[in-house]
Design a protein around this ligand. Structure first.
Ligand code: ZN
Length: 427
């Protein structure tokens, strides 16, 4: 019988599918991959062996940050953290610029933050370039696979205070601005650059943090100088047909009697619960002569946090209302999206456990028999780096989860695997 060698490449698609599954699921074994992907066990075992040989993935008895131990024969698989680096950036609203360097398991290797108060676009980009350069100067630059950026919306810098000029208004949502930012960074670093609205990036960071719990439906509510949200359903960020920016701050909670919002409507969630609004509400109560230990001349949020702990009457009253408004917003979100968890981040979380508890109680009061069982876990964010981590994750996601393996080194390695995975089919 004549034996003819015929090479047949194992489907590139299968390798990508397996890598994607390992990336997206912590503590997965070969058996879990077979179950999840439906790829036959022979192929899974053979591809996994090859990925291990090439150190693209690693295996361990103990999964990543997990105490679960399994049988001697099955081991947990994960992406090799040392395969490369990604950079995550967060550009704040006229406050801070933060940059982080992460490995492929999103462990923070270094992070830096500087203030960008009163800086314009070009000054910020210049600072950013300098920050990234200093961060990667001592590592192998070929192993840096991309830059993810969490960008703000519209930034308004009031220069009337500093130099007497008109306020500087900058629209980070303008596609030309996003392109310009990409070009300026690309000219220096020649790396893939991914830029997303900050709340979408934050929900991504929180998702990674909660990965072990397996949540795929997460709402992140940011309450600070404004109110915004990032919404993840089935593991995907909700963008919508017209690029929703999580403008939950303009969800109308109390249209008749509510406070006037910057958008011109009354009773928007943002106008009722953002930090500047909390400060004005407290000031208004003080003007009505309620007895308080607050000092009106230097009223700021730090003082409010302190007085909340000391149970100052005005602070408690105002924050009780604020809690109810936030709970109303949450109930509206629950009725629409039914998330597994609502995470509240931003400056508001500095009010601590007691305020978190008040919100939970109010959500409970507002729920009814129909949605009671659908009430999600409500939690203040445990992360201080959800933006830079989420931004790093944007890059990793593009390597492992998206359609393209366009990054040179990974791509080369993947093609190598392909070449080595040729099956000799005897005919
Ligand atoms: Zn509004």
């Amino acid at each position: 019988m004549k034996i003819k060698k015929k090479y047949k490449s194992i489907n590139t698609y299968r390798v990508k599918q397996i890598l994607k599954t390992i990336f997206e699921n912590m503590n997965f074994t070969r058996e879990d991959i077979i179950r999840k992907t439906g790829i036959n066990s022979f192929q899974v075992y053979s591809i996994v062996a090859n990925l291990l040989k090439r150190k693209i993935i690693v295996e361990s008895q103990k999964g990543i940050s997990s105490d679960i131990r399994i049988g001697r024969r099955s081991k947990f698989l994960s992406i090799n953290p040392n395969m490369g680096y990604v950079i995550g950036v967060s550009i704040g609203h006229n406050d801070i610029l933060e940059t982080g360097l992460f490995d492929f398991a999103l462990n923070t290797l270094e992070s830096k933050s500087i203030t960008i108060e009163n800086m314009d676009f070009y000054e910020i980009v210049e600072k950013l370039i300098r920050q990234i350069k200093s961060m990667i100067k001592s590592i192998d630059k070929r192993k840096v696979y991309g830059i993810g950026i969490a960008r703000p919306g519209i930034t308004v810098v009031d220069r009337t205070i500093t130099d007497g000029n008109e306020p500087y208004v900058f629209d980070w949502e303008n596609p030309e601005v996003i392109e310009k930012l990409k070009t300026l960074l690309d000219d220096v670093f020649h790396l893939p650059i991914y830029i997303e609205p900050k709340n979408n990036v934050a929900v991504f960071g929180e998702y990674w943090n909660l990965k072990q719990k397996g949540y795929n439906n997460i709402v992140y509510l940011d309450i600070g100088n404004g109110v915004g949200a990032g919404i993840m359903i089935d593991g995907k960020i909700v963008i919508g047909g017209k690029d929703i920016r999580g403008d939950i701050g303009h969800m109308i909670i109390s249209s008749d009697t509510g406070r006037l919002c910057v958008c011109g409507n009354r009773g928007c969630l943002g106008a009722l619960v953002c930090i500047p609004s909390i400060i004005s509400q407290i000031k208004e109560s003080m003007e009505q002569g309620v007895i308080t230990t607050l000092n009106s001349t230097e009223l700021n949020f730090d003082q409010i946090i302190k007085k909340f702990d000391e149970k100052d009457k005005i602070v408690i009253n105002v924050l009780s209302n604020v809690s109810r408004y936030i709970a109303t917003g949450i109930i509206n979100i629950v009725n629409l999206f039914s998330p597994e968890i609502v995470i509240i981040g931003g400056r508001i979380k500095d009010l601590g456990n007691q305020f978190e508890y008040m919100i939970k109680q109010d959500v409970d009061k507002l729920s009814w028999v129909g949605n009671k069982k659908g009430i999600p876990e409500i939690k203040f964010s445990q992360m201080n780096d959800n933006l830079i981590k989420g931004a790093g994750l944007l890059v990793l996601n593009n390597i492992f989860s998206d359609k393209s393996f366009l990054l040179s080194e990974t791509d080369k390695t993947i093609s190598k695997i392909m070449d080595n995975e040729k099956e000799i089919v005897k005919t």
